[in-house]
Design a protein around this ligand. Structure first.
Ligand SMILES: Cc1ncc(COP(=O)(O)O)c(C=O)c1O
Length: 492
């Protein structure tokens, strides 16, 4: 297999260049929109539409790959160190759903960390699974939640020999990463599956400064959002598997059920292209981004002003390594929240990935340039000046440190039953909801980690967290009342 070509992308180009007469979907027929003029729509869309075809003998079929998609997936598996790779056109969301539905039948038990993306909770609900939730470790410096400890995982495995798998999220949204080698050994000692939501780590293992990937660490399956940190189009993701334990047929069957029967060829071709860039340039592909991210960190540290970043290579009890391409920035004087800092950066044309009550997360691309860095530094310098001109504050505690699911609570180790069954519920003021079972998911987005899921009991901390997030400008998904003044709870 020639690793330096992109078989699917090239097949699509070849097909278009034969001047095919289309008597098939999609209806735009290689971009035949606005034939008369050079409209803005045509200018923007027609190039991509040339690659947007359907399952033909010259293109292949994602749900029964035999030629170009099969080869592109094999090349991806080789590049990312897996035995088999499935292209996903519905993001890591579809990969997480496929893993849970592929591994769990109704009533099956799975050990999961509590601070997971909503797709994992939705997977549990769709599967009708039971989950034993493990609480994450909390980083002292930032108050951010990472992964559960090995001891907690071992205790859950001992208590629940019937568990089908352990599912972890690594890295977290802030780039905090745990080396999973010991975890994979532990989970395999119990003859269970280790499934990893590695949505933010598609680039892991591909540059000497990056953490090891989940597959390299020995996980049975890992889901990666190729669109997040490599160069695929949005929704382009991959599910990598290895070893004998993982039920591949069952996962394939679920993927065919939950993904469109008309998966996007441009998205699949972009996965092929994201992979070939790595095979072609190897770690050099990431070098510009790694260098400029490091330079930015040094600039902030040398300036020693109001803004602070997490140090790359930093290691705490809560995680082993920080993704060099993820910058977590905050105002150490506590004058402005993360949401306000994000807004101020936008005022200077710098758009961050996400914010919380305290931090801003900047996703550094593999090709982020010095020009990009200088613009960001300029913005930071102006924002620092503004912060210093504000009345003195007495430290970072001025701004709420926020709540992260599992913050401070020990693991319950009691299975939670998930189902899609609706129960009687009513709406009450959030402030009166302590001790009630929530009837809805409340999901600050991003990061998309539910603060509460249906059936979970609302604590004072959760109510405080939701109120603080709402007051400081967080956006929510899942809840009917976006202001978060009220919440739906199950009627007793
Ligand atoms: C940890 C985690 N898992 C899964 C997802 C879902 O990824 P996608 O947007 O590719 O569906 C996200 C999205 O942000 C995420 O943060």
């Amino acid at each position: 297999m020639n690793r330096l070509h992109a078989p699917l992308f090239e097949a699509l180009v070849r097909h278009y260049e034969t001047g095919p007469v289309s008597f098939h979907v999609p209806g735009h027929r290689f971009g035949q929109i606005d034939e008369e003029g050079q409209s803005i729509e045509k200018n923007w869309l027609s190039t991509i539409m040339k690659l947007d075809v359907t399952e033909l003998s010259s293109t292949d079929d994602l749900h029964h790959p035999e030629t170009f998609i099969a080869e592109a997936q094999k090349l991806a598996a080789r590049c990312f160190g897996a035995e088999e790779t499935y292209f996903l056109v519905g993001g890591s969301t579809s990969g997480n759903l496929a893993l849970i539905l592929g591994v769990c039948e109704p009533g099956d038990l799975i050990i999961v960390q509590r601070n997971v993306h909503k797709s994992v909770i939705n997977g549990l609900r769709l599967a009708g699974a039971r989950a034993v939730f493990l609480m994450p470790r909390i980083d002292d410096e930032t108050g951010l939640a990472t992964q559960p400890s090995l001891e907690d995982i071992e205790q859950a495995l001992e208590l629940y020999p019937e568990a089908k798998a352990v599912m972890l999220t690594n890295p977290n949204y802030y780039g905090m990463t745990t080396n999973l080698t010991s975890c994979a050994e532990l989970v395999h000692r119990f003859n269970k599956l280790l499934l990893v939501d590695e949505a933010h780590g598609a680039h892991y293992g591909l540059h000497p400064s990056f953490p090891q990937s989940a597959i390299q660490a020995g996980a049975d399956a890992a889901v990666q959002s190729t669109h997040k940190t490599l160069s695929a189009l949005t929704m382009g993701a991959m599910l990598h598997v290895q070893g004998e334990r993982i039920p591949r047929d069952s996962i394939r069957e679920v993927l065919a059920a939950i993904q469109s029967s008309s998966p996007s060829f441009p998205i699949m071709a972009s996965l092929d292209i994201a992979r070939v860039m790595v095979d072609r340039y190897k770690s050099d592909w990431f070098q510009p981004g790694v260098a400029t991210a490091q330079a930015f960190r040094e600039w902030i540290e040398d300036a020693d002003g109001a803004l602070k970043v997490l140090r790359a290579g930093h290691k705490t009890e809560a995680y082993d390594k920080l993704d060099p391409l993820r910058i977590v920035l905050w105002d150490r004087t506590g004058t402005i929240t993360g949401f306000e800092l994000q807004k101020k950066l936008e005022g200077y044309g710098c758009w961050a990935e996400m914010a919380d009550t305290r931090h801003v997360v900047l996703v550094w691309g593999s090709r982020t340039t010095d020009d990009d860095r200088f613009k960001l530094q300029d913005a930071c310098a102006h924002i620092e000046q503004w912060i210093m001109s504000q009345p003195a504050k007495s430290g970072a505690t001025k701004v709420s440190d926020g709540f992260y699911p599992g913050n401070g609570t020990p693991s319950q180790l009691k299975p939670v039953e998930f189902s899609r069954k609706k129960k009687e519920h009513h709406r009450i003021p959030l402030t009166d909801a302590e001790g009630c079972e929530s009837a809805e998911m409340v999901i600050p987005y991003p990061p998309g980690i539910p603060v509460i899921y249906p059936g979970e009991t609302l604590t004072n901390e959760m109510i405080g967290c939701i109120s603080t997030l709402a007051a400081t400008g967080a956006k929510f998904q899942g809840a009917v009342d976006n202001t978060m003044r009220t919440i739906a709870v199950y009627s007793r």
